[in-house]
Design a protein around this ligand. Structure first.
Ligand code: NAI
Length: 350
């Protein structure tokens, strides 16, 4: 089912308001979720609404958060988000980071005590639209083994990066540091399908193809992804004085409490390092050259990071709306807020 973008936005916003947050927060949440769905990042779009609504209704996302924003140096700042919605907090912090980088060349802004913020590329793109380069990283709940391990320690700790070109293209590289999202394993489970042996491990830490046997996910590219997820945890957890590693709060365990998560934005103003127009032109040339590269058999063409999302968005616009799973649409148009499905579940929402 295809749902027109503004209609989807309204449906999501109304749910969040009904669940208890103020209109401004609901707007920010819906905007980031629609951004993700529009680009085909469905793991971080409408599928999450019911969970967020339950968490809001149970008090685990502060309805009208009181932010404390502190400039801690010429280029650094920390936002205490009062365990409000991460989407709104991360957006607010990125707006401040862009202002600081405009004035001082670089900004490093941490957000502490926030809830889940969704797809991180939304925030780094905000900076690229203002001719800045941005990186954003955040913690998530533990469900990944350290390389060679048997028990989950880190989360799927994502990294996003955006940079502007001198045409309307923006590079947005935005990934979890795991091979696959847990949602893909759940999907295989529900269909009784096997999974590739590169996605996850069983309780002995051995690769498994049995989706029902999955005990934890694995880092992308073995020890390298493990190092990256550790880096993300240090930058968005310990650096902000927050819980780290396996101590990061679970998404589903207790929906009545704030999650105390962290995120870090790093924004660089290219003007302080080089000629901005030369920089942007070079990014455009890079993308042109990549698009001209010959594709290997079976690949069709070379894409730059973020390009496939934009192509998906174009397809959805041509189709008159974003593709949304029927069950999710039924929930969105219903009067129900949530069905008590998530509170008290384990790390895999089971
Ligand atoms: P993915 O695997 O779909 O894509 C990762 C990156 O690879 C993207 O930048 C994409 O543009 C690029 N890409 C994919 N196929 C490509 C191709 N053929 N050619 C060139 N580039 C290509 O993303 P993943 O890892 O599933 O993450 C999805 C979303 O989940 C992200 O938005 C991430 O921020 C979010 N996330 C959020 C978390 C949170 O706690 N807030 C936790 C984990 C992920």
């Amino acid at each position: 089912m295809h749902v027109e973008k503004t209609k989807l936005f309204e449906l999501m916003k109304n749910k969040f308001v009904k669940a208890g947050v103020n209109e401004k927060t609901a707007n920010a949440m819906a905007e980031v979720l629609v951004w993700a769905d529009h680009r085909g990042i469905h793991s971080h779009g409408a599928v999450r609404v019911e969970y967020y609504a339950e968490r809001i209704a149970k008090g685990g996302i502060t309805n009208s958060p009181e932010y404390k924003f502190e400039k801690t140096g010429p280029s650094s700042a920390v936002l205490d988000a009062d365990n409000g919605a991460g989407h709104e907090a991360a957006r607010y912090a990125m707006e401040r980071a862009i202002e600081i980088a405009e004035e001082n060349g670089v900004a490093v802004v941490g957000i502490k005590h926030m809830s889940h913020s969704g797809a991180l590329g939304y925030f780094t793109e905000m900076a690229a639209k203002q001719n800045m380069v941005a990186l954003s990283v955040c913690q998530s709940d533990p469900m990944v083994v350290p390389f060679g391990g048997t028990e989950a320690y880190f989360g799927t700790n994502p990294i996003a990066f955006s940079a502007p070109s001198n045409d309307n293209r923006i590079i947005t590289f935005d990934m979890a540091t795991t091979v696959q999202a847990w949602g893909k394993v759940l999907d295989a489970r529900s269909k009784g399908e096997k999974i590739p042996d590169t996605w996850a491990v069983d309780k002995n830490g051995a690769p498994t193809t049995d989706s029902k046997d999955v005990h934890a996910l694995v880092p992308v590219a073995g020890p390298k992804g493990y190092g990256l997820m550790m880096m993300v945890d240090v930058l968005s957890g310990s650096l902000l004085g927050l819980p780290f590693g396996k101590h990061v709060s679970s998404m589903y365990h207790d929906l009545t409490k704030g999650r105390d998560l962290g995120q870090l934005h790093i924004v660089i103003n290219p003007r302080y390092f080089t000629e901005i127009e030369v920089f942007k032109k070079q990014i455009s040339t890079m993308l042109d050259e990549l698009k001209e590269q010959p594709a290997a058999p079976g690949y069709g063409e070379i894409y730059y990071p973020g390009e496939r999302g934009l192509l998906r968005a174009k397809k959805y616009d041509e189709a008159g709306g974003i593709e949304i799973v029927d069950d999710i649409y039924e929930y969105l148009i219903s009067d129900d807020i949530h069905y008590d499905r998530f509170h008290g579940k384990n790390k895999f929402a089971e």
